[in-house]
Design a protein around this ligand. Structure first.
Ligand code: MG
Length: 386
């Protein structure tokens, strides 16, 4: 039996690489649904190649264009953000791969869990924002949620077959991004173009900026807490510029397990969608002799304040990680639009956290309100500084 997959966000970096993996294993996977935010041309060509049952274009203005282009292939077409949320409960879907960017991933992920679909999760923001709620729904609905984030895929692989109680510590590795060696002064002058030039991973622009500012690692710390049921004190971050060791788990007997490979997102994508099987691949192999230096450093929390802010937000709990995430999405966009500088991003996020109303046990509606409010606050701070 083939696994029937819905890919939410099929035209992005993870979505296109997921389709590459699917294309390599036509006997194992079938594409049932593809959704895209506004890249109609790529969605159309993916639909013609993979012949899904249904496609959704988020931008309603492009509905007719998409409909006309796939009309003769017997593919159903819907438009709008709500259609993405509704489509995941289709009977013929076995697994939903969530590759949406930012807060937009939250509602479709919740809908897919409630529909009892297996989840391959590339959207870390929804665990950052609502980790407690999502973990609860995953347990209630007895679904598997397999992370695609390379660090969390690594941890997932390291703890397979282990007793969760025997986890002493999780060590998340970070490439350190392109600005690792810059001074604070140099950091003030970096541009969007400098930031988008990531040394080891090929990713979308939001996550590439997050990697350069170490917010990506901060979000991953929060993600790890919820995925693996561990405390902030059990999570350590180590800079490992070569991105060969994807993360490490240390057990209560002092033994450590690491998961390694050349950095290639197709690896965790394939692991997640094939789970619980491990499929063969022809991805390039790691060679110790060619890569004979693996190095490790402590992250500089003064230069990269975002990582410290994420740890603080996690310890504060409640709706504060949601504030951190919302403020971050706004400042990253402002940095991409060249409205603010690189070092202003953590300053604005910190202000947003200090201005937020604390809610200790937020409901889904509280998260939605918190998200909107934090964005408003972040935008008004940006307007006042520019
Ligand atoms: Mg990652």
């Amino acid at each position: 039996m083939k696994k029937r997959i819905a890919i939410l966000g099929s035209t992005g970096s993870i979505g296109t690489q997921a389709l590459e993996v699917v294309d390599q294993h036509p006997d194992r996977f079938e594409v049932e649904v593809l959704t895209a935010f506004n890249n109609a041309n790529l969605l159309i060509s993916q639909a013609i190649q993979f012949k899904p049952n249904t496609i959704v274009i988020g931008d309603e203005n492009q509905y007719e264009k998409v409909f006309d282009a796939v009309d003769k292939y017997d593919i159903k077409v819907y438009a709008g953000q709500e259609a993405v949320e509704q489509i995941v409960s289709m009977d013929t879907i076995d697994m939903v791969l969530v590759a949406l960017v930012g807060f937009s991933g939250l509602k479709p992920t919740i809908a897919a869990i409630n529909a009892k679909k297996q989840i391959a999760l590339a959207n870390k923001e929804c665990l950052v924002v609502a980790g407690e709620l999502i973990t609860k729904l995953v347990n209630e609905n007895r679904v598997h949620l397999i992370p695609i984030d390379s660090e969390h895929s690594a941890i997932y692989q390291c703890i397979m077959g282990e007793n969760p109680e025997s986890i002493e510590k999780v060590i998340l590795t970070a490439s350190g991004g392109p600005f690792r060696e810059l001074s604070m002064e140099e950091l003030q002058k970096v541009t969007k173009e400098d930031a988008l030039n990531h040394p080891t991973w090929n990713m979308g622009s939001k996550i590439t900026i997050d990697s350069a500012s170490l917010m990506n690692k901060g979000l991953e710390v929060i993600e790890a807490k919820w995925l693996f049921g561990i405390n902030p004190e059990q999570i350590e971050v180590v800079i490992h510029p070569q991105s060969i060791i994807h993360s490490i788990v240390q057990f209560t007997d002092g033994s450590m397990k690491a998961q390694m490979s050349l950095p290639d997102m197709r690896m965790p994508i394939q692991f997640a969608i094939a789970y619980p099987e491990r499929l063969a691949s022809d991805f390039p192999r790691f060679n110790f002799i060619k890569h004979n230096t693996l190095t490790f450093e402590t992250p500089d929390l003064k230069k990269f304040r975002n990582l410290a802010l994420a740890f603080e937000a996690l310890k504060m709990g409640g709706n504060i990680p949601c504030v951190l995430n919302a403020a971050n999405e706004v400042v990253v966009q402002a940095f991409l639009d060249k409205k603010i500088g690189f070092v202003q991003m953590p300053e604005i996020i910190e202000k947003c956290i200090s201005k937020a109303d604390f809610i200790s046990r937020p409901s889904l509606d509280d998260y939605i309100d918190t998200n909107l409010e934090a964005r408003k606050v972040a935008r008004s701070i940006i307007e006042n500084v520019t």
